[in-house]
Ligand binder design. Structure first.
Ligand SMILES: *Cc1c(COP(=O)(O)O)cnc(C)c1O
Length: 230
């Protein structure tokens, strides 16, 4: 089941990339495993998955011991509270959900204590929905300017969650908006002699093919791989 679903997801990513003349290898598939067991994660890894996404620090912490012999890159895709930054820095290779200066500073603080440079993305609330996490688009430049000064934090891109929509085409404007924001941020970074952002984490089961067409370099897919949550 997981194996067939994964093949189908990868094929759809490939087709979407080819439609817009992108190299499919430029799209990383993060398999989102919230609510799934360590056994299910292990099966996905045996099917060739190397990137696992969780949305709660505690949940990831609980599953990791059973998977310690597998080579896995861990992604924090959910909202991160400042008081969980210490565990998050210990566990995750990439934190997708940095949306405040306060959180970025705490990650800097915790990463410096263990001599790590923590890779992060800035999460942007592109839809402006009140119930969504993520930085307000108007705040993103300010946030970026603070983060690039941190020594133990490496900002590699932006992340967004589109609203839940009936037709995946309705998600397209939010992905396009994130890509445009990346261009804007990169104009600043290049002028200031910093490296440009390369990562765009966008697209979930409902709309990952549209996200790839709009330039996603990371898609975060759970349900299309594991089926509906029990
Ligand atoms: C759950 C989740 C996903 C995956 O959602 P699916 O619809 O199951 O593919 C992606 N990103 C985030 C932040 C999530 O919480």
């Amino acid at each position: 089941m997981i194996s067939e679903n994964l093949s189908a997801v990868k094929a759809k990513i490939d087709e979407a990339a080819r439609r817009v003349k992108r190299n499919p290898e430029g799209v990383k598939l993060v398999c989102v495993t919230k609510g799934r067991s360590s056994d299910e994660i292990a099966e996905a890894v045996r099917c060739g998955i190397s990137d696992i996404g969780e949305n709660k620090v505690q949940e990831a912490k609980g599953k990791r011991p059973a998977l310690k012999d597998m080579k896995i890159s861990w992604h924090m895709v959910g909202h991160l509270q400042t008081n969980k930054a210490k565990d998050a820095v210990n566990i995750f290779d990439l934190i997708h959900s940095v949306d405040s200066v306060k959180l970025a500073n705490e990650i800097e603080n915790q990463a410096s204590r263990i001599d790590k440079v923590q890779d992060i993305l800035v999460e942007v609330n592109t839809s402006g929905e009140r119930n969504k996490f993520g930085a307000d688009p108007a705040q993103v430049m300010t946030l970026v300017k603070e983060i690039v000064g941190l020594k133990h934090v490496n900002l590699s891109g932006l992340m967004t969650m589109a609203p839940v929509v009936k037709d995946k085409e309705e998600a397209r404007p939010y992905f396009r908006k994130l890509r445009e924001m990346q261009t804007e941020v990169n104009n600043f970074l290049l002028t200031a002699h910093y490296s440009p952002l390369v990562a765009l984490s966008m697209g979930m089961s409902q709309d990952y093919d549209v996200a790839v067409e709009e330039g996603a370099t990371i898609v975060r897919v759970g349900t299309a791989i594991f089926g509906e949550a029990k």
